[in-house]
Design a protein around this ligand. Structure first.
Ligand code: PYC
Length: 404
């Protein structure tokens, strides 16, 4: 792909809004775009629109801290996220787009006996599902992360860690752009600046979507939004057991590479990784109150700086450059809600909490199969909306990167 006559070719095109599509996907993040890509590529459904009220990747897909892993707690969760890691491993080749997946290993630190027990539990479930995880001791941790304070003098001494070698980081914008370019090449229409204002339902089934650019007739609608999951579902008359909380993150000035694993401390509510540009990326747990605000707070900055220094005191002179927030749609069991709803033709891929970005490829693959056939594949069967009425929860709180 060279520049032609001094201009780079566009990665995806702009289109007039058609008055009808075979399927409309609301949300131009990694989930919506991946679903469109697999729908077109694997199921031949190309008359598909992806709508985003802003620009693609402007929600959670552009705001997360780009961590990939599959070291979850439930067998259903481990299988699901493992499929995503496998798809990420081949994504650059599949999309012909360098998504910079760096499988550098992922450490979740335990500072007390209760966390160590959870790490052992996760290790056993992971191994049973064929996922590489083990509990390692402070000496082994020190070899992987020399700057970490593993001494017994540390304010929160490190007793061990769950080590997950396949985990790592990826370039999140590249994932969004790669899927967008791939979907566009298969004929999908990507409509940015296109806000959904209503969803039409007649006799229990979806008939169309209203937007700020006009109405679209369609028999199939997917809600693939994060932050707005409840608002969009409400438009179809479907109530979601979801509450929305901000999550803040920050990035430092770039320094020479010294940290080549992802380090997470659930107890200290912090995760740290170093990008290939040299910046340190920090994230925290969700803010302690439900809100749609995406503003940063001084409380977060002070808290994160303190906790990072408890882990790596040598970083005390580094400067933070930017901070931001994204929105996390939390469900009661910390697992997503995927599949059909009581309104025929209206599907959801929502409730991602703090896990959404890493699930993009597998969600796209599974939701494409669901939209094409009307039936969710086995890999997402446990995540249906009906589980809340039936009491079949899939409790994943123990696998959260940080406490909530
Ligand atoms: O689940 O790995 C994770 C994660 C990191 C940041 C937010 N969630």
């Amino acid at each position: 792909h060279g520049a032609v006559g001094g201009e780079w070719p566009r990665a995806w095109r702009e289109h007039d809004l058609e008055s009808s599509y075979d399927a409309v996907i609301i949300g131009g993040g990694v989930h919506g775009l991946a679903t469109a890509y697999y729908l077109a590529r694997d199921h031949g459904m190309r008359n598909v629109a992806v709508l985003d009220k802003a620009y693609i990747g402007s929600g959670g897909s552009g705001r997360n801290t780009a961590i990939l892993r599959s070291n979850y707690l439930t067998p259903e969760g481990v299988r699901f996220y493992d499929r995503s890691v496998k798809l990420y491993e081949h994504l650059a080749a599949d999309l012909n787009y360098n998504v910079m997946f760096s499988q550098r290993g992922h450490l979740t630190l335990a500072h007390n006996d209760a966390s160590l027990r959870t790490m052992r539990w996760r290790t056993e479930v992971n191994k049973q599902q064929g996922v590489d995880s083990s509990v390692i001791d402070p000496d082994e941790i020190a070899k992987l992360v020399p700057y970490l304070d593993v001494s017994s003098e540390a304010r929160y001494p490190i007793l061990g860690a769950l080590y997950h070698p396949p985990g790592g980081i990826v370039r999140h914008d590249a994932v969004v752009w790669g899927y967008a370019r791939g979907a566009d090449a298969h004929g999908v229409h990507i409509h940015q600046q296109t806000e959904v204002t209503g969803i039409d339902v007649s006799h229990g089934r979806v008939t169309g979507v209203r937007t700020n650019r006009g109405r679209i007739s369609t028999p199939v609608v997917l809600n693939a939004t994060a932050g707005w999951a409840t608002l969009i579902s409400d438009m179809a008359g479907v109530s979601m057991p979801v509450q929305t909380f901000p999550l803040q993150a920050a990035v430092t000035e770039p320094v020479r590479p010294f940290l080549d694993t992802v380090v997470v401390s659930g107890t200290l509510h912090v995760y740290v990784s170093q990008t290939d540009r040299g910046e340190l990326v920090f994230g925290a747990s969700v803010d302690p109150f439900a809100s749609y605000s995406m503003r940063g707070s001084l409380e977060f900055t002070e808290g994160i700086a303190g906790h990072v220094l408890e882990l790596m005191p040598a970083l005390h002179r580094m400067r933070l450059l930017r901070q931001w927030a994204g929105l996390c749609d939390m469900t009661p069991d910390y697992s997503p809600i995927m599949g059909p709803t009581p309104v025929e033709g209206f599907y959801v891929d929502v409730g991602w909490g703090t896990y959404g970005f890493k699930a993009g490829p597998v969600s796209g693959e599974a939701m494409a199969a669901t939209l094409a056939s009307g039936k969710p594949p086995e890999i997402i069967a446990a995540f249906g909306l009906d589980r809340f009425a039936d009491g079949r929860l899939v409790g994943e709180k123990g696998a959260a990167a940080v406490g909530h």
